[in-house]
Design a protein around this ligand. Sequence first.
Ligand code: GAP
Length: 529
Amino acid sequence: MANKDQTDTDRMEKIVSLCKRKGFIFQSAEIYGGLNGCWDYGSLGAEVKRNLKDLWWRKNVQERDDILGLDGSILTHQAVLTASGHVGGFSDPMCDCLLTKARLRADQIEPQSGIAYHFTGASHEESEWSVDRDYSVLLNQPNQDENKARKTAREFYAQFLTDKQIPAKKLTLLGESTSEEKEVTHYNPENGSLLTEPRDFELMFKTQMGASADDHDPNATAYLRPETAQSIFVQYKNVMDSNRVKLPFGIAQIGKAFRNEINPRNFTFRSREFEQMEIEYFCRPEDGLRLTDEWLEKRLSFYDEIGLQKEKLHVLDIPDGERAHYSQKTYDIEYDFPFGQQELEGVAYRGDYDLGKHKEHSGKPLEYFDEQTKERFIPHVVEPSAGCDRTILALICEAFDEEDLTKEGGKQDIRTVMRFKPAIAPIKAAILPLLKNKPELVEKAREVKNLLQPFMNVFYDETAAIGRRYRRQDEVGTPFCIAIDFETMGLEEGKEDLKDTVTIRHRDSMEQERVAISDLLPWLLERIH
Ligand code: GAP
């Protein structure tokens, strides 16, 4: 994608619709109107999520000697988040539209230029009603009808009418004046209405612990963690002492995090409840910058391995002044989503900031003792922090394809196919008896299913014509369809040698080949990992 902000709304709508129709992702509490910013993964989505997390865990924990796993609690002691700077510091600037009450992230409003129409109030002569209140509307397009600004202003003032029967258009606007505005951010880009002044909005979800907790008892306050990282820092000494590890070593965690985002949007991209896959890699100070670069490369090859195209991944070296104050280096890995180029993961060199803060606030010694050099110091940390849900969204967007198979002069034939890598695909193989009314085919197909089921997620389907069943599997990304036909039973004249073989149909090429049932399991295992 050449342009960072290039979007494809049509493609995104198709993806969201397929996710619901096929059972990848549903809106949380949909039958009650939906819980904004929360999502439920359906049967196929849950499989994709499990596959991704298992792969990440295998690569980053099980296949490495220097990284250990952790599964920390979600409820977090307020002292932990006070030390980390989240309490009182983890907020976004927020403002409200004075007309619609829509809440916007003040720092995400694109600067606009145009003519602002200012008013000091409005009145309704017949009922002798009036209101004194300053209000403005920005018209940000050239030659826009100025009456649009007046119409918006009347709708704003109509909110204060005591007699709701009076239509907004009957109001007289007071004290109109205009000004030329350049690159301003205090008008709603959607409707031109003035916004409130930005104010800080706390992003953490707070709760009270314990049955007898008094609602106002500050000691009973706990938080749903806003990142998985903090429990890693707080447990770093326990993990180190219980495993007798030496620097450099890492602690990895996959788990839920919660942020009361002002504007959850772009499907699951910005959610209020989401999962992170984080590593805190502890090292000597002099190795920090080098390891940050090494981790960036490792993370990029992980994305390559799971099937995200290199050309769609972009690395942003965050400049001085835009990084968190404690970070000497931060790379953002961004992906070309259909709604624009957006962050997938951050790889940050956090120095000794976090351990230093926890040492200071807890009063506990969190230094590392180097047996060889006899030095005692606070290790530095490199943090590759990935979003699990964002990666799944990227995988779904990457996989979605519509292939035009229309034959010349024929009816339009578009094949929807999810081109997941087999390791990510929710169903690895579909087992399809050619006909459901032939008991011998059905029995053989069930035998094949039973053979494979202990080793992978398979799906048995005997309804509809085989072609339609292939297409259904294409739509959910099943890489291999296994057809049990008359050749399998040795019932096809002249093809007796095909007895006990099956047809394997490849999702991407749609090519078919025959494989002996006795070879089927190793054949599949080789291709699905
Ligand atoms: N411990 C560092 C940390 O939490 P972050 O950049 O705030 O850094 C890391 O979050 C990753 O978590 C992001 O790159 C993104 O993939 C994911 N993430 C953050 N906020 C999210 C949200 N509201 N919804 C979904 N994923 C989110």
